[in-house]
Ligand binder design. Structure first.
Ligand SMILES: Cc1ncc(COP(=O)(O)O)c(C=O)c1O
Length: 376
């Protein structure tokens, strides 16, 4: 079976710790263990955590905490995984086993599309249209379902655009899936990291054939804890848990303990407040930088996540641009071509303010040098 690498993750895995300015990351700069523990009023002594195999679907207490975020869910509706990555993997494995074909929102985080390709499944695209501010083409979705897609992959809020579906669009996606008996695999890792006050709604509770994935990596600023989850119907979740026996057996016991702290009722709101504060503030910095570019850069403002898909008007492909920025300027961006959209770059605006400002300055200057266009 031919292997297709996950281009963006390869790029980030190889270079993100080897540059002066990393503008490729999609979350806000992470918390330290000390900062996380300082948010908690009690229960922060981790010295007693036994480093044995933990309860392999997540401790009961952690699954209850996660379930409490999804109305009507119980601890049996939840399986804890190693990040959103394993959550998506087991969700994909389950649903692709039922039908080899999926309707895939594009652009997207390319994990599940890549898995479909690697495991000889079929990905039938339905696009978010840049011209309409990344609204979904639901006619294409309908065609994909008619062509036999057994599940619909959505990432909402989206990566790479940061734009979220409207409630009406979500309802339309549900009714189309329902009409064709299809499942929805909804990757919601950017929920909780919204720019506005109102949280982006979940697909959970809108449809009975839905698997929702999420993790502590984005809204909770804890990607190094490597902890995620799937919420779904009890019987399906039971099967997903059985699949994790093949992949990772159990989440690390330390991560389970840290996750219980992060999701405790007193700590969770404080983490989310930090994340949203950074996102709002830094998005302003990005907006000013784009506005001062004299039309060289343009973008649709994101609803959530510390990412935006920025189009540039310069005659250089995004793959070459990204490589030159990395080598010549020590700045890492994600080239739009990793999402199949050239002459764009996904910019992460989640670093500490001083780093972001300096990174954008270097990026602007590099454009000037690369393409002979003055910015600012
Ligand atoms: C949409 C999406 N899903 C899943 C993941 C993987 O998340 P995790 O770090 O929780 O494994 C990412 C990471 O960037 C992502 O953007």
């Amino acid at each position: 079976m031919a292997f297709t690498p996950f281009e963006m993750e390869r790029w980030q895995s190889t270079f993100e710790h080897r540059v002066d300015y990393n503008l490729s990351e999609s979350g806000v700069h992470p918390l330290t263990v000390g900062a996380l523990l300082s948010y908690a009023r009690h229960g922060t002594d981790l010295s007693g955590v036994r480093l044995g195999y933990s309860q392999s679907n997540g401790t009961d207490e952690l699954r209850q905490r996660i379930a409490s975020l999804y109305p009507g869910a119980t601890d049996r509706s939840v399986v804890v995984t190693i990040g959103g990555a394993e959550a998506n993997f087991v969700g994909f494995w389950e649903l692709a086993g039922q039908s080899g074909k999926a309707a895939v929102m594009l652009p997207n985080y390319m994990q599940v599309p890549g898995l479909l390709r690697n495991f000889d499944g079929g990905a039938i695209p339905f696009h978010l249209r840049e011209k309409t501010g990344w609204r979904p083409d639901l006619n294409q979705l309908e065609a994909a379902l008619k062509a036999g897609a057994g599940f619909v992959l959505v990432t909402n809020p989206n990566n790479p655009t940061g734009v979220a579906l409207t409630l009406a669009e979500m309802d339309d996606i549900v009714s189309l899936a329902d009409r064709h008996g299809a499942w929805i695999l909804s990757d919601e890792v950017y929920r909780g990291a919204e720019v506005a006050d109102a949280p982006v709604p979940s697909f959970w509770g809108r449809y009975d054939r839905v698997l929702v994935t999420n993790s502590l990596s984005k809204a909770y600023a804890l990607p190094g804890v490597r902890l995620g989850w799937v919420v779904g119907p009890d019987d399906v979740v039971e099967r997903l848990w059985a699949r994790t026996d093949y992949t990772t057996i159990a989440p690390p016991s330390v991560s389970d303990a840290l996750a219980r702290i992060a999701l405790s009722p007193d700590v969770r709101p404080r983490i989310l407040e930090r994340t949203r504060g950074i996102i709002r503030h830094n998005l302003g910095i990005l907006a000013d930088w784009v506005a001062s570019s004299g039309g060289l850069f343009s973008y649709t403002p994101p609803d959530a996540g510390a990412i935006a898909m920025v189009r540039y008007r310069a005659d250089i492909g995004s793959g070459e641009l990204a490589e030159r920025l990395r080598v010549e300027q020590s700045v890492l961006i994600v080239p739009g071509i990793h999402f199949g959209i050239d002459h764009t770059m996904r910019l992460g605006f989640g670093p500490p303010e001083a780093e972001l400002v300096a990174g954008l300055e270097r990026l602007g200057a590099a454009f000037e040098a690369l393409v002979g266009v003055a910015t600012g």
